[in-house]
Design a protein around this ligand. Structure first.
Ligand code: PLP
Length: 224
């Protein structure tokens, strides 16, 4: 069942407080931790309470769904920052570059080339993060950790700037080693952004230096 606007607002404030508390108790928090409110499957009615509280950073995982919801909201609130957190097909790159401000899911050279070409064509330059499949799960998107440096080098050779790394740890494992691995890979490549941590583990991710936590369920309730 959809949550009432007041519950969504309460949940949102509570998550912000938990983020602040986790940052305070972390030994080495990132210089900032942004909350990406993940609105996939949730309608505009669920998003409005956050907009009214001044929140502007949102995430979606499907291009088609995002195109249906966000152009009108972005027109009404031009400072919205929209994050693409799901796998991206090359045939959706044009729409994705046109709509999103940050793309978290670069995971192959072919996609890097398509993104670079579309950015050059359109003049829009969303920030790009490389998704790393830290658990090396065959069904999951992301580049294997050992192949991450080669992908970063390939992107650089294409002239595509990569700003950070993203991961989604295996569902059934403790997330901390995955966050630690992602942080280490980012540090080795001098990448400033670390997108890691979801509803169940964002405080752990903050301990490992997350600059972006992606939280859906804990704000908007279960997805239908
Ligand atoms: C859905 C999703 C999230 C949010 O997950 P919750 O558990 O609902 O907070 C975060 N990251 C990605 C990549 C997602 O697809």
């Amino acid at each position: 069942m959809a949550l009432a606007a007041s519950s969504i607002a309460d949940n949102f404030r509570h998550i912000l407080a938990r983020i602040e508390a986790a940052r305070k108790s972390a030994l080495k928090p990132a210089p900032f931790t942004h909350l990406v409110a993940v609105t996939k499957t949730h309608p505009e009615d669920a998003i409005r309470p956050l907009l009214q509280l001044g929140h502007r950073v949102f995430g979606e995982n499907r291009v088609q769904e995002a195109l249906a919801k966000w152009p009108a909201l972005k027109a009404a609130y031009p400072d919205i920052e929209l994050h693409m957190i799901g796998p991206l097909q090359t045939n959706k790159v044009r729409e994705a570059v046109g709509l999103f401000d940050v793309i978290h899911s670069l995971d192959r050279e072919k996609l890097a080339r398509a993104l670079k070409e579309e950015m050059a064509r359109s003049g829009r330059t969303p920030r790009v993060l490389v998704q790393v499949n830290t658990g090396e799960e065959p069904q999951k998107a992301g580049v294997a950790p050992v192949h991450a440096p080669a992908l970063l080098a390939a992107a650089r050779a294409l002239g595509l700037e990569v700003s950070g790394l993203m991961c989604v740890p295996p569902f059934d494992e403790a997330p901390a080693p995955h966050f630690a691995l992602l942080a280490k890979l980012a540090e080795e490549s001098a990448l400033p952004l670390l997108s890691m941590g979801m509803s169940g583990d964002f405080e752990t991710a903050i301990r490992f230096g997350a600059t972006h936590v992606r939280v859906g369920t804990a704000i908007f309730g279960e997805r239908g």
